[in-house]
Design a protein around this ligand. Structure first.
Ligand SMILES: O=P(O)(O)OC[C@@H](O)[C@H]1O[C@H](OP(=O)(O)O)[C@@H](O)[C@@H](O)[C@@H]1O
Ligand code: MG
Ligand code: ZN
Length: 190
């Protein structure tokens, strides 16, 4: 069985800039590379699950998403922190051009991208995690059946601060101010 850490991309691995697609605008957040390397050293596979409705909205093309992911992995692989698989949802239910405007099963908080990973991995759900900076990330992880962590980068801190304690405990297993603390939590449970 494969222990997987599913990762949101924008606001979690890299700095959230609205509808990122240019490699020159890619900024990996502090301590993320080292934290991801530690996960790999402990036998976790890394799988990105990212909503890329910028495609549906006509801001960029699917080829741009793939090019950005290649650029991200060029940086990460130099440090032993390579992403094993990327999945993206190019759709949007309301805003969209042509075939991309659709109610799909892959846009988080739906679980389609997690299920796509099952073509590559035997997902050990009891020992797998989802880390993201929005409640749609933690909800997707919860629905799929892995333990969800809200990270305080990107939109995460504002979301966390706006919630009551009972809402937090219903929405995610753990709040980590940064990716480093999210990984400390995961490795503290192995
Ligand atoms: O890796 P993520 O965080 O799933 O990617 C989010 C971005 O694609 C995009 O998400 C939101 O846009 P949509 O509502 O999906 O159109 C916004 O928060 C944008 O600012 C983000 O860049
Ligand atoms: Mg995000
Ligand atoms: Zn989709």
């Amino acid at each position: 069985m494969d222990k997987i850490v599913f990762l949101d991309r924008d606001g979690t691995i890299n700095k959230e800039v609205d509808y990122l697609y240019r490699p020159e605008d890619l900024v990996i957040l502090p301590e993320v590379t080292g934290a991801l390397r530690r996960l790999k050293e402990h036998g976790f596979r890394l799988v990105v699950v990212t909503n890329q409705a910028g495609v549906a909205r006509g801001f960029y093309k699917e080829e741009d998403v793939k090019t950005l992911h290649e650029a991200l992995n060029r940086h990460l692989s130099k440090e032993g922190a390579e992403i094993d698989q990327f999945f993206y949802c190019p759709h949007h239910p309301v805003h969209g051009i042509s075939e991309y405007k659709t109610e799909c099963h892959c846009r988080k908080p739906e679980t389609g991208m997690f299920e796509m990973a099952e073509a590559y991995f035997q997902v050990d759900k009891a020992n797998s995690y989802m880390i993201g900076d929005k409640l749609l990330d933690t909800e997707a992880g919860n629905r799929y059946g892995v333990s969800s962590i809200l990270v305080g980068t990107g939109y995460g801190k504002d979301i966390y601060d706006s919630m009551k304690e009972e809402e937090r405990s219903a929405a995610f297993a753990y709040y980590a101010p940064s990716m480093k603390e999210a990984v400390d939590y995961i490795l503290g449970r192995v």
